[in-house]
Design a protein around this ligand. Structure first.
Ligand code: SAH
Length: 213
């Protein structure tokens, strides 16, 4: 009950108040129990307006950023989505509430094991996970209707762009290690169109087409 109330407050004050309007995104943020994606010691802070540590120097993103990125993906119930950076699994769960299937890749095994456990516990049967370098994407399952990268990249990995369907949308933070620009890409018959959604700060995307370490 306590967490339910905190989640309502989070949606009202942090997400709706800042202009997120997509009803599907708001419903998902109202439903997913964010406190179950953090350690027990941090549960009371799970609905605060900030990112939280999830171990191994990684973080679960601020609720508003999760909502903003999800809204920018313009998801439909038939969409197949690729996420790079499973982390706690929270963003994947939000995506799984809206889309048909979520393919999520994590490069730190211990985080992936924990996230898988949470997906099982909450019965997310439409989330498929993979332990590998997400900067190379998931060729066998491509093309994707939407791709979301939840770690900061030095530049947009071409491999990921090549796995985006025509009509597909991609959201990725691009910049240096301290601050990034949240970039939205849209692919149509004419090519790739790029818009900026504003500044953000993510942990590093580490991999063949990302940072070296
Ligand atoms: N979406 C996550 C946010 C996690 S933080 C959540 O909702 O909790 C970003 C995650 O990206 C970290 O767990 C980090 O290990 C992972 N990551 C960084 N580079 C990666 C890569 N090349 N492939 C897959 N995961 C990567």
């Amino acid at each position: 009950m306590k967490f339910h109330r905190q989640r309502e407050e989070m949606v009202l004050r942090q997400i709706e108040a800042r202009g997120v309007t997509d009803p599907k995104v708001l419903a998902a943020m109202r439903k997913v129990p964010r406190h179950l994606f953090v350690s027990e010691a941090l549960m009371d802070q799970a609905y605060g307006d900030f990112p939280l540590p999830i171990g191994l120097q990684q973080t679960i993103s601020q609720p508003y950023i999760v909502a903003e990125m999800t809204q920018a993906l313009q998801l439909n119930a038939e969409d197949r989505v690729l996420e790079i950076g499973t982390g706690s699994g929270y963003q994947a769960a939000i995506l799984a509430e809206i889309a048909y299937r979520v393919y999520t890749i994590e490069r730190i095994h211990a985080l992936l094991v924990k996230a898988r456990h949470t997906f099982d516990r909450l019965h997310y049967h439409n989330i498929v996970t993979r332990y590998s370098d997400g900067t190379c994407g998931w060729a066998e399952e491509s093309p994707f209707d939407a791709i979301v990268v939840t770690a900061g990249a030095p530049e947009i990995p071409k491999t990921l762009l090549s796995q985006l369907a025509v009509g597909g949308r991609m959201v990725i933070p691009v910049g240096d290690q301290f601050t990034q620009d949240l970039v939205k890409l849209h692919r149509d018959e004419d090519g790739i169109h790029r818009v900026s959604l504003g500044g953000c700060r993510f942990v590093k995307l580490v991999g063949e087409h990302g940072w070296e370490k």
